[in-house]
Design a protein around this ligand. Structure first.
Ligand code: ADP
Ligand code: MG
Length: 304
């Protein structure tokens, strides 16, 4: 019987969500009856609690060391295959600035952008814009700036999350719709639309609002959405390949009213709670939650 370590918890701000993801994954894999599943609350400091003889690690850590290449490097060193992208792709995806540079280099469309510093007096791009710290998740420190008067507050909010020495990202605000596409082993799963109240998918809309809806684009009554589904799936795979991902990654998009698609970001360790979007997309392909986890476990690898 293969021994699978499910890595969860950690020390990032996303610890609580990660414990939830990890618990679900561990239960699902155990239910298959073919694995010995060992759940581990893992941090940089307790790497020695990784048991001997682990055949593969399922990474259910979100944010920080669990998603930025840290745990991936530690598992490479121990020659334990793990789910999700390797060190380099994890490092790129964790930094929205690096992600944008790589996507632009490979001609994958992203919103226009510029940089700001703590003393930048006004937006370097025409308003409206979105100001974000490049290395955070969960919409923390992100704000939309619609008038010059909002600029100082948005800049301060972004810098409340990161060091003054580093620039923050300023992005053209893309009006319109929002979508997410799971890519597993280079194959895009069904596209999910994110319909958030007010068109903004912030922290509250992600974790507390009951009003955010996640319909499948394939269920849209608008026939033009068939072509949009194919286009988003193609772009998601292009973004995944541009960043050098493997295994599972979720690619987030905004689509303007004219139908222009822009990659917002890549999530290399997406959520696995019962209502998370990657399992939802996988289940749409006909798999059960446990089979989705198994599918992703089979993509586990180490960097070569
Ligand atoms: N350029 C943009 N145009 C419009 N909305 C945006 C833009 N950037 C971010 N948003 C909104 O903010 C949310 C969070 O931004 P995102 O870049 O995905 O960061 P996070 O890593 O925190 O999820 C998005 O889901 C979207 O609703
Ligand atoms: Mg996002």
């Amino acid at each position: 019987m293969k021994k699978i370590a499910v890595l969860m918890g950690g020390k990032s701000s996303e610890r609580a969500v990660s414990l939830n993801s990890g618990k679900n994954v561990a239960e699902a894999l155990a239910s298959l009856g073919t694995y010995e599943v060992v759940p581990i609350d893992l941090t940089e400091e307790n790497l020695d609690t990784l048991p001997d003889g682990v055949d593969a690690a399922y990474i259910a850590l979100h944010g920080g060391w669990g998603e930025n290449g840290g745990v991936q490097a530690a598992l490479n060193a121990r020659k334990i295959p793990y789910t999700g992208p390797g060190v380099k792709a994890s490092q790129i995806a964790m930094d929205k600035l690096k992600t944008k540079l790589v996507l632009e280099m490979k001609n994958v469309p992203t919103a226009k952008w510029d940089l700001a510093h703590p003393d930048t007096a006004k937006s370097p791009l025409p308003l409206p814009v979105v100001v974000k710290p490049p290395c955070d998740g969960s919409s923390v420190g992100i704000s939309k700036v619609s008038s010059e008067a909002d600029w100082p507050k948005a800049l301060a909010a972004a810098y409340a999350c990161q060091a003054a020495e580093r620039p923050v990202l300023v992005e053209e605000f893309v009006p319109g719709r929002e979508f997410t596409v799971a890519v597993v082993d280079g194959e895009a799963w069904p596209v999910i639309e994110i319909v958030a109240k007010g068109g903004w998918y912030g922290y509250e809309e992600k974790y507390t609002s009951e009003e955010t809806r996640y319909p499948f684009l394939a269920d849209s009554a608008d026939s033009a959405d068939r072509a949009l589904e194919a286009k988003l799936q193609k772009l998601a795979v292009e973004a995944y390949e541009a960043v050098g991902c493997r295994g599972v990654t979720r690619v987030d998009f905004r689509v303007s009213p004219l139908g222009r698609c822009y990659v917002l970001e890549l999530n290399t360790s997406p959520g696995f709670t019962s209502h998370s979007l990657v399992p939802k997309a996988g289940m749409r392909t006909g798999l059960t939650f446990a089979q989705v986890c198994d599918r992703i476990l089979h993509s586990a690898a180490i960097d070569r």
